[in-house]
Write a protein that binds this ligand. Structure first.
Ligand SMILES: NC(=O)C1=CN([C@@H]2O[C@H](COP(=O)(O)OP(=O)(O)OC[C@H]3O[C@@H](n4cnc5c(N)ncnc54)[C@H](OP(=O)(O)O)[C@@H]3O)[C@@H](O)[C@H]2O)[C@@H](O)CC1
Ligand SMILES: [K+]
Length: 517
């Protein structure tokens, strides 16, 4: 799913109105009605107090449409206009008139703290104060209102975006923003739903379809894309009936040091379950026995050194190489890595300490083949690109780094984001159970394994991140967040592949939607 910028969203609204020959008021009616349908399906007329807080722009207009439908359906609704400016939008005004026609209880105008209503914890707050039009600092009393929402502990439903957030920046203080339990967004999810510093403002989100012109969306090139099953299915390469193990390449996993051989075992096994024909592991001598015992499917090549890698040399021709897990940052290893990079022609995935070696000696970056995949966790990323001010700065710096060195950077996190050239691929699978030893080794093995099988490095990264997260989601039911370990994730990769071809469940059709049609 494409993640549109604010400008692209406004353009989509405008084009849709033109091409479908409808007014912006009608588009707002659709938006507000969709929100109403969503609530009505869940609430079924329940008399819980609903407080709808509307700003004076189009986000507030959506709130007024919703409030009118709630009134018409007999809900216990209170509507407020948060009067932070006199410049009311045209469609706000149209809907302000319309709601006055359906109820004697006109919206309450609010202009200062004294106007705040009491909100009980069992009430529902609808936040339609600011949408994507927020463009400057917010008045103090409005920030106080947001804090009042939060203090009430009432369930908060944000329309389009939690008020106080902008689509392309991180707020200065968490007190300046609405903390929403749920956000119903129009046209496109917002990038801020997926970034570590801003995702907390919306626990859950959903996109409501307001019938934006499909051709516009289809042709649009967006900076960010959300990666789910629909996006990875076209990447998947079906197997031919007459294929043999030679058809799926030979992966080489280079890594390990004394006490850290397990990382290579995990990566090599992950490469195998991703589908490679053959896997070899290159480890220091101390890794020979453990690897052969733990993973009989792998071949093992050993370094001349007992405890760490000192010279990466082998006489096989791997289709792709994953390097760095458990390798350490010894000077001898750094030299071995440098010599290896000077000779190597195979596509590369670089992880863990090999990333730290790159940060230690940045000249080595020039030796990476084009399209090398780097898979840093936040600390490793910081060593590569330097400190960042906030999440957007981090993404911009990563993008610049990716362009400069012509590499793909997989920024690991709750929503792992693969960055390549001008584009962000935001993954949707995975869960906090993955915050455990060895899961990074597994991810590296899967990506290296996919490149080995002939996937382009970018596709392998996006698909690999998806499969890895999906495997973790599949085993969540059995192991929970606490007891999930990296080996179980490997075991579930098979199920993640199979899941690609499961039919999606039929969406529920709400009574409200049936009524409308
Ligand atoms: N377009 C469409 O057809 C559809 C739009 N939809 C909805 O519209 C929403 C966007 O609406 P919007 O552009 O009117 O902006 P909104 O977020 O309501 O803000 C209101 C105005 O406040 C102002 N302002 C900004 N910052 C401020 C501040 N700190 N303190 C005081 N004032 C401030 C600023 O106006 P300015 O004063 O800068 O001219 C701004 O315009 C979108 O999120 C979605 O919910 C849907 O209905 C689908 C169809
Ligand atoms: K809002």
């Amino acid at each position: 799913m494409k993640i549109l910028s604010k400008e692209q969203i406004y353009e989509g609204d405008k084009l849709t109105a033109q091409r479908q020959n409808i007014s912006s008021t009608e588009l707002m009616e659709r938006a507000g009605t969709q929100i109403f349908n969503w609530m009505h399906m869940r609430m079924q007329g329940a008399q819980v107090p609903i407080h709808v807080f509307c700003g004076i722009g189009n986000n507030g207009g959506d709130g007024l449409v919703l409030a009118r439908h709630l009134v018409n359906h007999g809900y216990n609704v209170h509507t407020y206009v948060v009067n932070y400016s006199d410049k009311r939008s045209k469609d706000f005004l149209v809907n302000y008139d319309r709601i006055k026609q359906v109820t004697k209880e006109w919206p309450t105008l609010m202009a200062c703290e004294e106007d705040f209503p009491t909100i009980t914890p069992e009430a529902i707050i609808v936040d339609a104060v600011f949408g994507i039009g927020l463009n400057r600092p917010i008045a103090d009393w409005v920030k106080k209102l947001f804090q009042h929402f939060r203090a009430s502990k009432a369930f908060t439903l944000a329309i389009d975006i939690p008020s106080g957030l902008q689509t392309d920046s991180v707020p200065e203080s968490e007190n300046d923003v609405v903390w929403a339990g749920y956000t119903l967004s129009f046209q496109s999810p917002k990038l801020i739903f997926f970034l570590p510093e801003t995702s907390k403002y919306s626990v859950q989100w959903e996109v409501l379809d307001i019938g934006i012109d499909l051709e516009y969306i289809y042709k649009l090139n967006t900076e960010a894309e959300l990666i789910g099953k629909q996006e990875v299915l076209p990447i998947y390469k079906p197997r031919k009936r007459f294929s043999h193990k030679g058809s799926f390449g030979h992966a080489l996993i280079v890594g390990g040091s004394y006490g850290k051989i397990g990382s290579v075992t995990l990566s090599s096994k992950a490469a195998l379950v991703s589908g490679v024909g053959l896997v070899s592991a290159y480890v220091p001598k101390c890794g020979y026995v453990p690897l052969q015992v733990a993973l009989p499917e792998a071949m093992v090549i050993t370094d001349e050194n007992e405890k760490f890698i000192s010279n990466i040399s082998f006489d096989i021709t791997p289709s792709a190489i994953g390097v760095g897990i458990g390798i350490g940052t010894q000077d001898e290893t750094l030299l071995a890595f440098e010599n290896f990079l000077k000779e190597n022609k195979a596509p590369l995935v670089v992880d863990a300490d090999a990333l730290n070696l790159l940060s230690k000696k940045t000249e080595l970056l020039a030796l990476l083949p084009k399209g090398t995949v780097l898979t840093p966790h936040p600390k490793e990323l910081e060593r590569l690109i330097g400190e960042w001010k906030d999440d957007f700065d981090k993404l911009n710096k990563t993008k610049a780094f990716s362009k400069k060195h012509e590499v793909i950077v997989v920024v690991k996190g709750a929503n792992t984001i693969t960055v390549f050239q001008d584009k962000y691929y935001v993954n949707t699978t995975g869960n906090p159970g993955l915050a455990t030893a060895g899961t990074g080794d597994v991810l590296m093995g899967i990506i290296a394994g996919l490149i080995t099988q002939g996937y382009e490095p970018l596709s392998a990264s996006v698909f690999g991140v998806y499969l890895h997260g999906k495997a973790a989601d599949i085993i969540l039911e059995d192991f929970g967040y606490q007891s999930m370990i990296a080996s179980y994730v490997i075991d579930a990769v098979a199920e993640a592949y199979i899941d690609l071809f499961k039919q999606p469940e039929q969406p529920q059709v709400s009574e409200a939607e049936q009524e409308e049609s």
